[in-house]
Ligand binder design. Structure first.
Ligand SMILES: Nc1ncnc2c1ncn2[C@@H]1O[C@H](COP(=O)(O)OP(=O)(O)O)[C@@H](O)[C@H]1O
Ligand SMILES: [Mg+2]
Length: 248
């Protein structure tokens, strides 16, 4: 089967030291590792937001590392969904307009009908992620969990081939974190391939596979398989035992 993403011998100064891995279409992959181990840097290279000092990143048959800045920005907009903490929502726009923004950017030449379709899609995604009714709210007028779900809606607007998320549950309490992770798991069951950086072993235990990053190198891999196979507590125990072995 064709890989969805191929990362080959990727390096970034002293931060990333020869990282290689693939992601299969439909996979839900987690990256864990201590703070400062290079997880965010890895996501920036995969998203083409930063230029690595060595190696290659391929999204299907496109070499991201071989594209111009312009081409990378287009590819990100059209083919990737991004949920990064640093990429804040716009304070001057309401929730619905924030969600619509990347879709309007990708459809600049679309007419009124196209804009109507996009509005419908945004509302459909909001419904799916249980934040209907918050369309007109300002981003300061919703909870952390609701805002994170709005970020996920925004990242899904252009039907990405790959969704990248950097600690999407990091700022959330336990129940909001488990709800947000539930949404990622559902999007994945519906076919979206996802790469998620997380500190939370409960979040990671819902993924198909986990990579462990240390000092810019992959030094461990745990294959869990699809979540339906085992109970949540069995998977969490498995992840916690593995993490202990990694020196977590
Ligand atoms: N813009 C930057 N310039 C120089 N060093 C950086 C920069 N961003 C991150 N680093 C360093 O790179 C290492 C990895 O950072 P990061 O990828 O953010 O780790 P993680 O996401 O795993 O916590 C850290 O040692 C950090 O200090
Ligand atoms: Mg980070």
């Amino acid at each position: 089967m064709e890989k969805l993403l191929r990362v080959k011998d990727l390096s970034k100064g002293h931060i990333l030291n020869g990282i290689s891995f693939d992601i299969e279409p439909g996979e839900l992959l987690a990256v864990m590792g201590p703070s400062g181990s290079g997880k965010s840097t890895l996501l920036y290279q995969v998203a083409g937001m930063d230029q690595p000092t060595g190696g290659e990143v391929w999204l299907r048959d496109t070499e991201i590392t071989g594209l111009s800045e312009d081409e990378k920005a287009k590819l990100r907009l059209r083919r990737m969904g991004i949920v990064f903490q640093q990429m804040n929502m716009m304070a001057n726009l309401n929730i619905l307009d924030n969600i619509l923004l990347p879709a309007l950017q990708a459809n600049r030449r679309g007419g009124k009908n196209r804009r109507m379709e996009l509005q419908l899609r945004a509302r459909m995604l909001m419904e799916k992620l249980s934040i209907s009714g918050l369309e007109q709210r300002r981003i300061t007028e919703v909870s952390g969990g609701q805002l994170q779900r709005a970020c996920i809606c925004r990242s899904m607007m252009n039907q990405p081939e790959l969704l990248l998320a950097d600690e999407p549950t990091g700022a959330l309490n336990k129940s909001a974190a488990s709800e947000v992770m539930g949404e990622f798991a559902r999007l994945n069951r519906e076919g979206t391939t996802i790469l998620i950086v997380t500190h939370d072993s409960r979040v990671a235990s819902q993924c198909d596979r986990i990579l462990y990053l240390l000092d810019g190198r992959i030094c461990g891999e745990l294959k869990l398989g699809k979540a339906a196979d085992r109970t949540d507590s069995y998977r969490e125990n498995q992840v916690n035992r593995w993490l202990m072995g990694m020196g977590w």
